[in-house]
Design a binder for this molecule. Structure first.
Ligand SMILES: Cc1cc2nc3c(=O)[nH]c(=O)nc-3n(C[C@H](O)[C@H](O)[C@H](O)COP(=O)(O)O)c2cc1C
Length: 364
């Protein structure tokens, strides 16, 4: 099915089939991503980490400062909304709720994959409208590696221009592509494509996974790719092998195989530790299973520069803007509280002073 579908699309005869299949898939993703069964929380490594309590912080809570920089631009918090949805009828409404809250609170926001515009020029309206809604928002464009390899530079530039993107995410999802009936599991030429795009675009390029993390070896190779940041998007939250598995009925090859790959990936904590060891000339962004402000504090204490959240923000946005705003403010409050209780007024101090330990009791 995969091969047949692709040939038809390249002939240009079935673009409308392709777009309606795309819409249906994106809607499946939202529905399934909200179910507990696709979460791998226990695997993130976050529960294995404790922050060191400081009984006498010598600090006023009001002095705690979350300000950060986003590629040289001031940003009031080190959070961001991870890339989610785009390119289907419900997407503008969801993204509009997300972008208003993100813009109000100063969180940068990634949009979902912009691939639809590669085959449907009318899709550009979605980005233009979003940008018009919040001109000051920090927005990141998005395209999958499988599309990046084949796309022309001018088409990628158009995605950036129509969104007026401040940075551009390239997402890696080999497990998902492999478990998706209509997927495109061809990553041949990824590194040169990434280098080409990172050099050509005038905005920072951030490479991200989608819940399976990056190995030390991959991050070593990324050192010369020209990317400005690596978003580890590790194992521990939404799992795209699981999501694709549930798109097929029990007994289907992809459903059954997905069960065996249900915990595939590199835990978020492991991926961050390797990223710091590798020490590339890129920022390290942490996401994948970040479910509250204390999780965020833990990954920042490991040395991450920025923290992303996807599924919980989507769930809150679907309940309404107030619920979303409440959740975002809770993330911020809990990070402040963690800073206060480690005796620090800024998370950058955690880079100089180790404030975390593994959960098991240390005897020396
Ligand atoms: C409904 C949904 C759609 C997503 N679509 C995209 C996408 O288009 N591009 C992308 O880079 N990541 C996408 N992601 C992956 C997230 O950006 C993130 O890497 C992943 O869900 C892990 O974060 P979480 O555990 O906080 O959900 C999507 C996530 C969700 C929940």
């Amino acid at each position: 099915m995969r091969g047949v579908f692709k040939v038809k699309r390249e002939d240009g005869q079935h673009v409308s089939d392709f777009n309606s299949q795309f819409e249906a898939r994106k809607q499946d993703h939202i529905r399934i991503a909200l179910s507990e069964a696709v979460q791998t929380r226990a695997a993130s490594g976050l529960d294995e980490i404790c922050l060191l309590h400081e009984a006498i912080p010598d600090l006023d809570f009001s002095e705690v400062d979350l300000s950060s920089t986003f590629f040289g631009r001031r940003s009031p918090v080190p959070f961001y909304v991870s890339s989610m949805t785009a390119g289907h009828p419900e997407a503008p409404k969801i993204n509009s709720i997300l972008v208003r809250a993100a813009s109000r609170r100063g969180w940068p926001m990634g949009v979902g994959s912009q691939r639809r515009e590669l085959t449907d020029p009318a899709a550009a309206k979605e980005w233009r409208d979003l940008r018009r809604e919040c001109p000051a928002a920090i927005l990141l464009g998005n395209l999958g590696m499988a599309e990046l390899i084949r796309a022309r530079l001018e088409d990628i530039q158009r995605l950036v221009d129509h969104l007026e993107a401040d940075a551009f995410f390239v997402h890696c999802n080999p497990l998902q592509e492999g478990l998706q009936a209509e997927g495109n599991p061809n990553y041949k030429g990824s590194y040169s494509a990434l280098e080409r795009v990172a050099r050509a675009l005038s905005i920072p390029v951030v490479v991200k996974e989608t819940g399976c993390g990056f190995s030390r070896q991959t991050m070593e190779r990324l050192k010369t790719s020209g990317v400005a940041a690596v978003d580890v998007a590790g194992l521990g939250g939404t799992h795209w092998g699981r999501v694709e598995g549930y798109r097929n009925p029990a007994g289907h090859l992809l459903h059954e195989s997905a069960k065996n790959f249900a915990d595939w990936g590199i835990p978020t904590v492991q991926s961050i530790l390797w990223a710091k060891e590798v020490g590339g000339d890129f920022d390290v962004w942490a996401s994948g299973g970040i479910r509250h402000g204390l999780d965020a504090a833990k990954v920042l204490s490991l040395g991450a520069d920025r923290v992303g959240i996807a599924q919980p923000l989507l769930a809150a946005a679907l309940q309404g803007e107030e619920q979303l705003d409440h959740l975002m403010s809770r993330f911020e409050f809990e990070l402040r509280l963690a800073l206060f209780c480690t005796g620090q007024n800024h998370y950058r101090n955690w880079k100089q002073q180790k404030v975390w330990r593994w959960k098991s009791i240390e005897t020396s």
